[in-house]
Write a protein that binds this ligand. Structure first.
Ligand SMILES: Cc1cc2nc3c(=O)[nH]c(=O)nc-3n(C[C@H](O)[C@H](O)[C@H](O)COP(=O)(O)OP(=O)(O)OC[C@H]3O[C@@H](n4cnc5c(N)ncnc54)[C@H](O)[C@@H]3O)c2cc1C
Length: 237
């Protein structure tokens, strides 16, 4: 049976960094998903709305939340990027298909290491809230890589989650932070190695741009001795 399609309504489209938009949709009746899944939006061209093409976006809200939340990074000239930055507004009807994907947390008592850059954080927000909702918490580190201070979003939200939960550690990492940045610097894989002992006994989940995902996976397997079956990747191709 083909994956169902739904009509949904945009209820929020806000620019949260210079190139990331936080977008919320109504959850269509009958639509269900699990943390770690994504949907395809039929994305119209701003100048010709009947010309549509699908684009994949990870669901950042948790299944128990009332709305569907997404974070979308815009890139010059991209179809969905132009849609989000130039035309999508509250009240617009959007066609969506899903859910797709299997970026699920493994059913295992081992610690969790979440690694992402930019909007790759989306499925991890969903996973973290689901872990709390279903009381299936495990010792979890979230490494959030960005270029500069102004690229980090949801920082206060994640810092608060870290402060309120012993099992959760949030580590923002900047590859090009300013002199005022006192957090972790460099590539996410270097920050992980500097922060965590016994990495090989965790389950590693990586989400974001494919080059970063490949680099972290390679380091995990070749330098940290992680087994392939413990490395789980969602590449934003
Ligand atoms: C499973 C999955 C989940 C994903 N989840 C997310 C998510 O949660 N958030 C997120 O931000 N992304 C996510 N992505 C990536 C997303 O699907 C898109 O690939 C991304 O948003 C770019 O789409 P676009 O239509 O803007 O660019 P496209 O039109 O697909 O273009 C791709 C690239 O080509 C360049 N380009 C295209 N046309 C031109 C032109 N005329 N001139 C110059 N350059 C041009 C664009 O700048 C862009 O870099 C996900 C991908 C996958 C596979």
């Amino acid at each position: 049976m083909p994956t169902p399609t739904y009509e949904t309504c945009c209820i929020k489209n806000v620019n949260i960094t210079h190139d990331v938009y936080e977008i919320e949709f109504e959850k269509p009746e009958g639509f269900t998903f699990e943390a770690g899944q994504f949907v395809l939006f039929q994305v119209p061209l701003p100048e010709n709305p009947v010309d549509t093409q699908p684009r994949a976006y990870s669901i950042a809200s948790a299944p128990h939340e009332a709305k569907l939340l997404f974070v979308i990074k815009v890139m010059a000239g991209g179809r969905a990027s132009r849609w989000v930055a130039e035309s999508l507004k509250e009240g617009d009807t959007v066609h969506m298909q899903g859910p797709f994907g299997r970026f699920f947390l493994q059913d295992s008592p081992e610690d969790i290491l979440m690694v992402c850059t930019g909007t790759g954080i989306a499925p991890f927000r969903s996973h973290l809230l689901t872990m709390m909702e279903t009381a299936s918490i495990r010792n979890t580190h979230l490494f959030f890589g960005n270029y500069k201070e102004e690229d980090i979003f949801w920082k206060e939200y994640l810092e608060k989650m870290d402060a309120q939960n012993d099992w959760f550690t949030f580590v923002p990492v900047l590859s090009n932070g300013s002199q005022n940045w006192h957090g972790q610097c460099g590539f996410v894989q270097d920050a992980i190695a500097a922060t965590i002992d016994g990495i090989s006994s965790t389950h590693l989940y990586i989400c974001g741009n494919p080059a970063m995902a490949e680099a972290v996976k390679k380091t995990a397997m070749e330098e940290w001795g992680m087994k392939k079956e413990k490395v789980h990747v969602e590449g934003f191709i």
